[in-house]
Ligand binder design. Sequence first.
Ligand code: HEC
Length: 129
Amino acid sequence: MKVPQPVALALMLAATTAAIGVGGAPSVATASDRSPSSVSTPTGTNAPAMPLYLHPGKILASNCFQCHGTDGKGGPFDGIAGEPAAELFKELKELQATPDVDEAIMRVHAQAYTDAQLRLIADYFASVR
Ligand code: HEC
């Protein structure tokens, strides 16, 4: 069956927003003062075994792969895999406000995410073994 393009686009958008929790009821905590442990994902350094591909931060984290490498390893810029989630989160919050011109790429990137999304991203990279 041929799906008309606008319908296909709408379906794709719905699937994407559902996956990352944009619009509608968010699937992850959005309050900026939540601690990482209150995000309801069994991950990070104390994580029970959970296949990485099921991690809820994967889609968001994949935006970082082109520069920091797939899963944060082996890219043209610094590897970020395996860093503790709290440290990564702190760095991303600092990068949001950096006045350093050399860090402008990361400032813009980091500014595009809510704290809850940054925690998910940080938790994803912390979970990479
Ligand atoms: C367009 C390329 C690009 C993308 C995409 C990108 N980064 Fe970066 N990132 C950089 C560059 C370049 C630096 C180095 C900046 C500097 O000189 O400190 C950097 C630095 C960092 C640092 C600090 C350095 C370190 O080793 O800890 C962190 C953390 C980081 N990025 C995380 C991320 C995350 C998370 C994402 C996805 C949300 C992301 N980056 C997406 C280019 C990118």
